[in-house]
Ligand binder design. Structure first.
Ligand code: ZN
Length: 119
């Protein structure tokens, strides 16, 4: 599948990865080509600890695609990694904003999904 993408390959290996600048060390929101802080194009993928704080929570009752229908209802969160970047992921039901979570990994079909659980 898309294991050539560093973020997805990381999930398959059981780690959350994020991009950081090799020149000034600033973390990058989403995937970028140049550093948001200094403009350097020397960006590298780093392994995060997987610890995060829940920023927002969405309960999904109707899956957007057939692929996800088997999982409904499920919980999606935006979580802020301790390293700074914010990631979208599945989560243990009932997590609340501000709660501390740690990364877990769930196989779904051919892919590995990031799924946070309470610490
Ligand atoms: Zn930089």
């Amino acid at each position: 599948m898309s294991t050539d993408h560093p973020y997805q390959a990381g999930l398959d290996a059981g780690v959350v990865r994020y991009q950081a600048c090799e020149d000034c060390a600033a973390w990058q929101p989403l995937q970028r080509h140049a550093c948001r802080a200094c403009g350097s194009t020397r960006l590298a993928w780093r392994d995060a600890t997987g610890r995060a704080t829940v920023h927002s929570v969405t309960e999904v009752a109707r899956a957007p695609t057939e692929d996800f229908r088997a999982l409904t209802p499920y919980t999606l969160v935006l979580a802020t990694l301790d390293e700074g970047p914010r990631v979208m992921a599945h989560a243990e039901p009932g997590v609340t904003i501000g709660e501390r979570v740690r990364a877990g990994f769930m196989r779904h079909g051919e892919r590995t999904l990031l799924r946070f659980q309470r610490e």
